[in-house]
Design a protein around this ligand. Structure first.
Ligand SMILES: Cc1ncc(COP(=O)(O)O)c(C=O)c1O
Length: 366
């Protein structure tokens, strides 16, 4: 008997007007960094979520001597964007229920050098923005929201990415909206938007090809924007389909008290999105072995992020890079026990059920 087909962790589903819009670019020759799709894909579009974060830091004028408070549980892009602006990342642990920046710990980490806070909305959950914004107001800090994973989610009726001074998105292939690779910074501050546009395009001076400051080529193409716009048209349908995936897993795994399930645990008044179906394994399970066993059963998965305090690049031994080691128990626990199951839009109910069954089998609860 042949093995059942492998269930991938995430495959994009390009089911709208993607090919129509992309073909319009090809037919008209508008394939580069200008064109109608870029004009309509609103915000400061850029090459990926990491460059969006970097642009945000630079546009705010962050640099040497400044500190930016960020969650220890995050992708390396968080620390790198701050570091690459010249500022120093200051890590803070996350809340156990949402894996987002813990406002009480942020308060304790503020120093006279703190210039900004960078909350990351993790695995579809909104960070607790009201206390963070209040802290920022009280201390004169800027807020850069990392909304890479949460297109269309909201906090107390306000769409994520639009609460801080700047909001950053990623459009990588595993995101709710994808342009293949891509990103965006949003802001309602016209001056900041101008800074972002300037820095994104090599910081040309008033006279083209004469440069007065350090800029970057972080441009997005019209072809990518065409993809993004086609996806944006379907955002509500995408959110609904993703939520249905999360709901089905929750239903299949609800009785497994030994697991910590993240979908559906959210604070009142917030609308999360189901980005990836994340869970924590029981403390006595070897997560990497569990993932290998899942793979043998035909189910792909991904480990949670390795916390930033455990990243070798920031262990204090690399010249010019800070030592970010420290004790962040919630982040470390999630990084050690967490994984996410197949969560792509192309998943069938049968695939979700097979993936759930594989988890049950490995836990001896089939
Ligand atoms: C929270 C978060 N921030 C930033 C990024 C970086 O985005 P990109 O891969 O587009 O550079 C990601 C990517 O997954 C992410 O999850």
């Amino acid at each position: 008997m042949s093995a059942p087909p492998f269930i991938p962790v995430c495959e994009p589903l390009l089911a709208g007007r993607e090919s129509q819009y992309v073909n319009q670019c090809l037919d008209t020759g508008w394939i580069s960094s200008a064109g109608q799709f870029l004009e309509r894909f609103d915000g400061v579009a850029c090459s990926n979520g990491t460059t969006a974060l970097h642009l945000a830091c630079v546009a705010l004028g962050l640099g040497p001597g400044d500190e930016v408070i960020a969650p220890a549980f995050s992708i390396i892009s968080t620390a790198n964007a701050i570091q690459q602006s010249g500022a120093r990342p200051v890590l803070v642990d996350v809340e156990p229920d949402t894996l987002c920046l813990d406002p009480r710990r942020v308060a304790a980490a503020i120093t006279p050098r703190t210039k900004a806070i960078m909350p990351v909305h993790m695995y579809g959950h909104p960070a607790d923005m009201d206390p963070l914004l209040e802290l920022a107001r009280g201390h004169g800090l800027r807020v850069i929201e990392d909304a890479a994973q949460v297109h269309g989610a909201s906090y107390q009726g306000r769409v994520l990415g639009g609460l801080g001074d700047l909001g950053c998105f990623s459009f990588f292939a595993n995101k709710l909206i994808t342009t293949g690779e891509g990103g965006m910074v949003v802001t309602d501050d016209a001056d900041l938007a101008g800074r972002l546009r300037l820095l994104r395009n090599l910081a040309h001076g008033p006279k083209r090809f004469e440069h007065h400051e350090l800029g970057y080529n972080y441009r997005l193409t019209n072809i990518q924007a065409a993809l993004g716009l086609a996806q944006l048209e379907r955002l509500e349908a995408i959110k609904t389909a993703k939520a249905a995936i999360g709901d089905r897993y929750n239903h299949n795994l609800a009785d497994l008290d030994e697991l910590t399930l993240y979908w559906g645990r959210y604070r009142p008044g917030c609308e999360p999105v189901m980005w990836m179906y994340g869970l924590l394994l029981p403390p006595d399970r070897d997560r990497d072995q569990f993932m290998a066993d899942l793979k043998a059963l035909g189910v792909d998965s991904r480990a949670f992020f390795l916390p930033l305090n455990q990243q070798p690049v920031y262990d204090g031994t690399r010249p010019g890079l800070p030592d970010l080691r420290g004790s962040f128990p919630v982040s470390e626990d999630a990084g050690r026990r967490g994984l996410y199951l197949p969560s792509g839009l192309a998943l069938t109910e049968d695939q979700i059920d097979r993936a759930s069954q594989a988890v049950r089998q490995l836990l001896g609860r089939a």
